[in-house]
Design a protein. Structure first.
Lengths: 360, 360
């Protein structure tokens, strides 16, 4: 691909800015050029105080307003898939990260550049690294750990693609390995062993028969899920396997704690070894909180529940209500053909500006 | 390890000869040094006509007897596992291939060297390559395909370890992949897909519930088996898998044809895709045949059914009754600690010599 610039002009329109962002490659771990460009562009704005944490950038207004809102987005993308450089086809802007989430980042950068004096709330912009990889590399997580005061706010808006609607809260995720054991034997004398794969049939059947709960919170239905995502068994073609490992992925409503989610799985499979390999709490939608209610009202959208896990949970863990609101269809994220509709870029920018520019 | 010689002294006793064979490494495909040594030792015996087919050796007496018996063994071993050189510990001879099957080969070589004029039957000795690997490399199979007349006989004795007992016939083996299909979805919206791993629970449960048949032939009970030997499913940690492949291993009685064995599996799982990847027929025990009955009588052992598949089936396919008779516990085959009892080496040599040296 051709790199057309490494400095960013935040005065250009949101479509041109999105294209410029897409055309600076920033696969996870390789974001430094884009981070440098974002930092430099923000540092040039006298109304912002800019700090860098690793390869993440935090920029704040400090007008002394009684409320503060975080507007956040990650700068990294999944690996390229022949989808660079950016390409405008009618009203759709194609290219790596156009949907997830350089469109949302572009909206945030436009607000940062053009709202020197928000009317009622100070704003903290957060542009961070390594969202698309292992959680312990996540730039937002690093800020939360090292500089949590930078994330203090009454509301956080994560500009992940949500089709320009509000996706509130998010479900938690638990990953676990269920190990079913048996005893090896030669298949010609199978009765001398115990086939672990055969025994695993009962586990898989129980998963098939399981009906996940639907949990309603603030009027939103969080539909839980419990799925085997991997099954591994096998020693050799002539050996009765002595082990079968079933990896399960549980999506649990944000009203459940990680401990409750784990207990639920253990209660469902009391007779097997269960190794919980990862568990992250969800985030409550918080629609009843003033800051959230006011934003939802101004945006004029009907909130939907967020069923996948997103970084809103990192804010929730800090006690900051958070929601996803950004341009782009989330289903297109991580696809080679991802795009963002120009109309959604514009509507997100306009609505957020309207909310931030006008006193409540 | 230390190689102590590359020529073989067939006049030494069976224990020393077994140790010499063990101490010439001959992993499958790497047998040439051992094959050369065996060929040279046999070619030095004036009463034998020796031919080489690939890395297999065939040596025959030709006294004009009305009957002929094949005595066969493979020269290759599985890979070494820290079990070289050979080691004598009391009455047990340890080392790679001691059990499977250089002990049996040693007995056969001793008979070849010391029975210049068998009383009632001509003898064809077959020492072959690549038994421990894919069937299409098997040296006995190559002889059967290229020089089937070399295997013509009234009876074949395969000197595979059988604890110095007679293991008659062998069961057939069928390998098949059962593919259970579903539809991918993100685990946060699992209801939009169909979990193939969950559906596979019914297949595994059916295998768990299945009771294999016991088929009695010539008074021997062949206990069949039907086992999942591998289960593979999984796309990614957050994806409902759209496929689960279960590899099954069927052991079927020698009275069933491969076609019957395949139909049996298809009838058991009519609703799934089944890909039969390999099927080999078994071998009937043939205890009613004169040649077999006479040998069993002389050996003074009660025949047992052979439940695993062995190369006896290659003889059966040529119309030659065949059985397994050799020193060593078959359960020790392919183990790092394999050994052969000295007493079994001696009893196998003595009984076979007794049978071959005396007119019926």
């Amino acid at each position: 691909m051709t790199v057309r610039n490494t400095s960013l002009d935040l005065t250009t329109d949101v479509v041109a800015l999105t294209r410029a962002l897409v055309d600076i490659p920033s696969e996870s771990g390789e974001e430094v050029r884009l981070v440098d460009a974002v930092e430099a562009a923000l540092a040039a704005l006298p109304h912002l105080t800019v700090e860098r944490v690793g390869n993440s950038v935090v920029a704040r207004t400090d007008l002394g307003h009684p409320e503060r809102v975080v507007i956040a987005g990650h700068l990294d993308t999944v690996p390229a898939a022949g989808n660079l450089p950016s390409r405008l086809d009618g009203d759709l802007l194609y290219g790596l990260g156009a949907c997830d989430m350089k469109g949302g980042v572009s909206v945030a950068l436009r607000l940062a550049a053009t709202l020197p004096a928000p009317a009622a709330r100070d704003i903290t912009y957060v542009f961070y690294e390594c969202e698309e990889v292992e959680g312990d590399r996540n730039g937002l997580g690093r800020i939360a750990a090292e500089r949590p005061e930078l994330l203090d706010a009454d509301l956080a808006i994560l500009m992940e693609p949500s089709d320009a609607g509000v996706e509130a809260g998010c479900q938690g995720v638990l990953m676990a390995d269920i190990t079913v054991r048996g005893e090896r034997a030669h298949t010609a004398r199978a009765w001398m062993g115990v086939n672990a794969a055969h025994r695993a049939g009962a586990v898989l059947q129980r998963l098939a028969d399981h009906t996940p709960a639907r949990v309603v919170i603030d009027g939103l239905e969080y539909r839980e899920g419990l799925n085997a995502v991997a099954v591994r068994s096998g020693v050799a073609g002539n050996v009765v396997p002595d082990e079968c490992v079933i990896t399960i992925n549980s999506r649990f409503a944000p009203s459940r704690s990680p401990e409750e989610a784990e207990a639920y799985v253990r209660d469902l499979f009391p007779e097997y070894d269960i190794d919980v390999t990862d568990v992250v709490q969800g985030a409550l939608p918080g629609l009843g909180q003033d800051a959230v209610a006011s934003l939802v009202d101004v945006l004029g959208v009907v909130p939907r529940p967020k069923l996948g896990w997103t970084d809103v949970a990192r804010f929730a863990a800090l006690g900051v209500p958070a929601l996803n609101y950004g341009p782009g269809d989330p289903v297109l994220a991580h696809t080679a053909g991802e795009y963002v509709p120009v109309a959604q870029l514009r509507v997100c920018e306009e609505r957020l500006r309207g909310w931030l520019a006008v006193s409540p």
